[in-house]
Design a protein around this ligand. Sequence first.
Ligand SMILES: *Cc1c(COP(=O)(O)O)cnc(C)c1O
Length: 341
Amino acid sequence: MEINLISDTVTKPTPAMLDVMFKAEVGDDVFKQDPTVNELERYTAKLFGKEAALFFPSGTMANQTAIKLHTQPADEVICDKWSHIFLYEGGGVAANSGVSCHLVDGDRGKITAQQVRNVINDPEFYHAPTTRLVSIENTTNKGGGACYELEELEKIKRVCQEHNLKFHLDGARLWNAMVAKNQHPRDFGNLFDTISVCLSKGLGAPVGSVLVGSAADIKKAIRIRKLFGGNMRQAGYLAAAGLYAIKNNVERLAQDHQRAKELGEVLVGKKWIASVAPVETNIVIFTLQQNIDEKMFVEKLKQKSILITSMGQGKLRMVTHLDYRGVMHDFVIDVLKRMEF
Ligand SMILES: *Cc1c(COP(=O)(O)O)cnc(C)c1O
């Protein structure tokens, strides 16, 4: 029994999900003739109270499309220093949109309205790039699954409105945030111009992300997705998995959060641990005492068939998910409890 805590992207479709995939009605989505993709887009748009949505092969492409549709070359995007769009999208902001990131030193990946206000360039000051977009992440990835309060997001939105900035949400794990904080898709739909959500992380679908926004923005997004080579034909097989995931696998995220919390609690009590970041959702980030080698630690767990990952700078990460089941959890808790150096 291999226990994979490396990411919540390692899940495989369940028999029930495979069944709806097999039975999906499909067509050529490039001609907008795939009924299942159309349904996924309609369903997701409505869920967030937005006019339209577009299905993407990856979260990266959905984010990159949003950035391109909101900006012009030489503009800048305000985001946290740990943002996925800055760190983990291959430099796409520069290559795809010709824009730069104005980084903010946030708290566990979260930025404040005041920090945004402080870094907006005066549009009259033509020496500086034009600030055009604010992009935030919820939950934060490198920030350890931290969630925003709606109140802070409302404040950031007001700053955006005052300065005529667009507001994008990288919601790869927004489902986790909504379950943890008892928030609703419309809370976010009301605040953001565009939102990308992943179907292939906590929700357990094999592939796909959805971008929601106004009809005008999604019209631009279709053209950009084409430019990026992201058009797919009979994608309804994948959209069927996504629809199934949204309808069936959101509430159960609470279980992933509970297990992550329990993992965090076991770690806190161990002598070989230096720190455990607060566990708000399904990500546990911790550091070891200096005398304990990180690689050796990861290897030691691997020998017990428990896979975890290092994030660099001494940080280790465990992520709980749909395929991390009760028996596995009991085993991991037991191994961690007994572990001594
Ligand atoms: C995973 C992730 C994405 C998208 O990643 P893909 O692998 O391209 O689907 C975007 N943002 C965040 C915060 C993520 O964790």
